[in-house]
Write a protein of this length. Structure first.
Length: 180
C-alpha cells in the first residue's frame, strides 16, 4: 500500500477490513530508514480522519483487541477521542509514551504521572495545569515535591520563564534550591 491509497475518507474502512488493515500494517512495517512516507502519512490521517466519538471508541476497542500500537498510538491524538476511551487505552498498557504526550485530559496525565512518573506527563501537568491560576502556590509546591526526582522538573523551575515567579520560587525551595 502507498500513501496515496490512504486518506481521511477511507481510513476507517481500512481499519475495519481485516485484509486491508493487514496490508497497510505490512506496508508500514516494510518501510525502513529515516524517511517513512507511508507511516508518516498514516500518522497524520489517524489523528484527523472523519468519524464520530462513538465510532472512534469502537475502532479503538478493535485496535486494543489486536494489542497493536501501530495505528492506536496516532489515533489517540484525534480531536474526537473521548476521555473514557483514552483511559481504556491507558488501562490496556499500550501507547503509554504517546498518551503522556497528550495535553490532557488532566485525569489521564495524572494517572500516568502517579503510576509511572513519565516525564512528559509530569511536565505537562507542571506547566499547563499546576502553574495556572486554577491551582494555588501550595498545590503547585505539593506537586513539585511529589515529582522533584522526575527529570525536567528542576529545569522548568530554574531555566525557563513559563511558570509564574511565586510558584517557581516555591518550587525551587521544594526541590532544595534557594530562590535567587
Amino acid at each position: 500500500m502507498q500513501p496515496d491509497d490512504v486518506n481521511v475518507k477511507n481510513f476507517e474502512a481500512i481499519l475495519s477490513t481485516t485484509h486491508l488493515r493487514s496490508q497497510l500494517l505490512d506496508s508500514m512495517r516494510h518501510e525502513s530508514g529515516t524517511h517513512l512516507p507511508l507511516a508518516n502519512h498514516v500518522c497524520k490521517i489517524a489523528s484527523q480522519f472523519h468519524t464520530s466519538p462513538d465510532e472512534l471508541a469502537q475502532l479503538t476497542d478493535a485496535e486494543l483487541s489486536h494489542g497493536c500500537e501501530d495505528f492506536l498510538q496516532h489515533m489517540i491524538f484525534h480531536a474526537d477521542m473521548q476521555s473514557s476511551t483514552l483511559m481504556r487505552v491507558y488501562e490496556s498498557g499500550l501507547c503509554l509514551t504517546a498518551l503522556a504526550h497528550r495535553s490532557g485530559p488532566f485525569e489521564l496525565l495524572d494517572r500516568i504521572a502517579r503510576d509511572h512518573k513519565v516525564e512528559e506527563a509530569v511536565l505537562t501537568l507542571l506547566v499547563d495545569y499546576y502553574s495556572t491560576d486554577h491551582y494555588s502556590v501550595a498545590q503547585f509546591i505539593d506537586f513539585v515535591r511529589a515529582y522533584r526526582t522526575v527529570r525536567g522538573v528542576q529545569y522548568e523551575l530554574t531555566k525557563t520563564t513559563n511558570i509564574p515567579e511565586p510558584k517557581r520560587a516555591g518550587g525551587r525551595t521544594a526541590i532544595g534550591e534557594t530562590p535567587t
